[in-house]
Design a binder for this molecule. Structure first.
Ligand SMILES: *Cc1c(COP(=O)(O)O)cnc(C)c1O
Length: 341
């Protein structure tokens, strides 16, 4: 099988497993796990923030950010298709008690879109308290947000008295693709979440970074949500290994995504969105009611290629550590043969 469903399907490499086995550990609920503390310091430094907190998942990192920045009844401004509104089981409503309002359309919105989304500070409106951005943008096809616009929108958010959270599950991809440092990409945000379990290839883990006061509050919320972990250094060690050895190679994933997209675009019927990072969106012809994407994905699976269904007419392919350029080329050829044949 060539598995292009997600960059989360990777398995830890033998070297990563060795780092996990050798990790020095302690009870992290007592703040006594040296490997976790090292990972937290290293990620905070990379992102240019005072502190960072290791959490089990990107979902928990985002949800803790909502709890830190907003109160029940508040409103959070998000982009179209934002992970925290689409893929977190309604947790924003259930745990943080916030409602999400979509500004503009597509992966990034303008300053004007933000102005239109922010409610006046009158008691009968919800209180807008946070802007949440996503870089790269998953449903936006792995798009890297234009940094100048991120800076402008964040400045405007501040002028409205709002905090800014950046969902950087794939911020490492954004850094590699744009040639900008993680620190520069994170600078406009008060809190940033990053995933080690996506393109970096660690089995588990995300971090939430920000100033010491907010990460102090996050520490408490993590415990409330049941995310306090004990000898978690075995996982932090995998994360440290991933940071040190798998960051630069994300460029390979981006090249493989371009290769896949170019070959898939040879199809007479498929519409392929040119990728910026490791995500390729492929639109399948046919009436939405007939769910052509689901049908093509089922046939591709029989031919040994796994893809995600992202809408009635849309498939998503994601490149990662465990697929070679040959496999990406072969997967695209299989898809073209099935779609056009
Ligand atoms: C994967 C992802 C997350 C977090 O996902 P988990 O599976 O909970 O780790 C958050 N935001 C984006 C944009 C993602 O792609």
């Amino acid at each position: 099988m060539i598995d292009l469903r997600s960059d989360t399907v990777t398995r830890p490499t033998p070297e990563m497993r060795r780092a996990m086995t050798d990790a020095e550990v302690g009870d992290d609920v007592f703040d006594e796990d040296p490997t976790t503390q090292l990972l937290q310091r290293e990620v905070a430094a990379l992102l240019g923030k005072e502190a960072a907190l290791f959490v089990p998942s990107g979902t928990m990192a985002n949800q803790i950010a909502l709890l830190v920045h907003a109160r029940p009844g508040d409103e959070v401004v998000v982009s179209e298709g934002a992970h925290c509104a689409w893929y977190e089981s309604g947790a924003a409503a259930a745990w943080a008690g916030v409602q999400c309002v979509v500004a503009g359309s597509g992966p990034m919105f303008s300053v004007d879109d933000l102005d239109a989304a922010v409610k006046p500070r009158v008691y009968y409106y919800p209180r807008t308290s946070l802007v949440a951005l996503e870089n790269t943008h998953n449903r936006g096809g792995g798009k890297v947000l234009p940094q100048a616009l991120v800076v402008d929108v964040a400045a405007r958010a501040r002028a409205h008295g709002l905090a800014v959270h950046l969902d950087g599950a794939r911020l490492f991809n954004a850094a590699v693709a744009s040639g900008r440092s993680l620190r520069e990409l994170a600078a406009p945000a008060d809190t940033v979440s990053v995933c080690l379990s996506k393109g970096l290839g660690a089995p588990v883990g995300s971090l939430l970074a920000g100033d010491a006061a907010r990460i102090g509050a996050a520490h408490r919320f993590r415990k409330m949500l049941g995310g306090g972990m004990r000898q978690v250094g075995v996982l932090a060690a995998a994360g440290l290994y991933a940071l040190r050895h798998h960051s630069a190679r994300l460029a390979d994933d981006h090249r493989n995504a371009s290769l896949f997209a170019e070959r898939a675009a040879r199809s007479a019927s498929l519409q392929v969105l040119a990728p910026e990072t490791n995500i390729v969106m492929v639109d399948v012809p046919g009436a939405a009611a007939e769910r052509p994407a689901e049908r093509l994905a089922a046939r591709a699976k029989e031919a040994g290629v796994l893809l995600s269904v992202f809408g009635p007419r849309r498939l998503r392919a994601v490149t990662h550590l465990d697929v070679s350029s040959d496999e990406c080329a072969r997967a695209a050829d299989v898809l073209v043969a099935l779609a056009d044949g």
